[in-house]
Write a protein of this length. Structure first.
Length: 303
């Protein structure tokens, strides 16, 4: 009879050897197996978050107007004036809509309200202004997904309120004051803005700036206005001055151009307004200057 203890020892040695071999084979198999790839992270969003002011300023729908950002600084200007997404904003005489392209999408995403106080309408309306109004309303009413539902009112000598009294958070006068001085309605503009604003609401003014030592033309025929005069008009309407920014300043602007501020970009007159363009006029000096030197002022309606 075999020795049971010897058999047991032999079996144990065999099991240990086979177990070790199995472990080695398992390890070798694991080494040869491809490592499973980690799940891919979702792609980072392209550009600023939708609905942010950065998104509205960088929007592809602004492709034609964006080159002027270097002179108009919309991001810095609107941040200085305190724009927020849920505000009700009234822009007086928005023209073709340079700022509307930013404000309307931004406010639409933020559940705010954009109101354009357009050129005056009626039988005596200027035909060019009436055409601009029509083009503006068509353009900004056509794409509700982008621009939301802008509201349209009117501002002029005989116009009514630009917004229900005490409902606006921010009113904007963007390079328009000289036109109102020429039309004799500058005081009415400040008064209408004051009436539209809530207590604590803000009036923002961007305007071509006359040198302080120059005499102020009452009708601002060259387009330039003294900062002190703007502050005076605002104070007479009841506004309190808050702050001034140099974000839209341009030291190159000599303010002595043959056809006033409209000699400079973006208007680029080469002859008096209403006359045929002069092809021989040398524009190089004015292109080098760029757009005008502008004040950027912030006023508040008292609480």
């Amino acid at each position: 009879m075999a020795d049971l203890s010897a058999i047991s020892g032999a079996l144990s040695r065999r099991w240990l050897l086979s177990g070790a071999a199995g472990l080695a084979l398992t390890a070798l198999a694991a080494c040869g197996r491809k490592k499973e790839a980690a799940p891919e992270a979702p792609p980072a969003p392209a550009g600023p978050p939708e609905g942010s002011l950065e998104w509205a300023v960088a929007g592809p729908w602004r492709a034609q107007d964006r080159p002027r950002d270097a002179f108009r600084h919309p991001m810095e200007t609107l941040r200085f004036l305190g724009l927020q997404p849920r505000m009700t904003v009234v822009e007086f005489w928005p023209g073709s809509g340079w700022y509307t392209e930013i404000l309307a999408p931004y406010l639409a995403r933020g559940e705010g309200v954009y109101i354009a106080a357009l050129f005056p309408q009626g039988p005596t309306a200027d035909p060019a202004q009436a055409a601009l109004n029509a083009a503006f309303q068509t353009r900004f009413s056509a794409d509700k997904k982008l621009y939301g539902e802008p509201q349209f009112t009117f501002f002029g000598a005989g116009s009514g309120p630009v917004a229900p009294a005490g409902t606006a958070d921010l009113c904007l006068f963007m390079r328009t004051l000289h036109g109102w001085m020429a039309a004799g309605i500058a005081e009415k503009a400040f008064s209408d803005a004051f009436a539209a604003l809530k207590p604590g609401g803000v009036l923002g003014v961007e305007q071509h700036r006359l040198a302080p030592e120059e005499d102020q033309d009452p009708v601002a025929a060259n387009g330039y206005v003294q900062e002190a005069f703007v502050r005076q008009l605002a104070a007479e309407a009841g506004f309190v001055f808050v702050a001034a920014s140099e974000v839209n300043a341009n030291e190159k602007d000599t303010k002595d151009h043959p056809f006033g501020v409209d000699t400079l970009p973006p208007t680029r007159l080469t002859a008096p307004r209403g006359e045929p363009a002069d092809p021989a006029f040398d524009r190089s000096k004015y292109e080098e200057i760029g757009e005008s030197d502008r004040m950027t002022l912030k006023f508040r309606k008292p609480e």
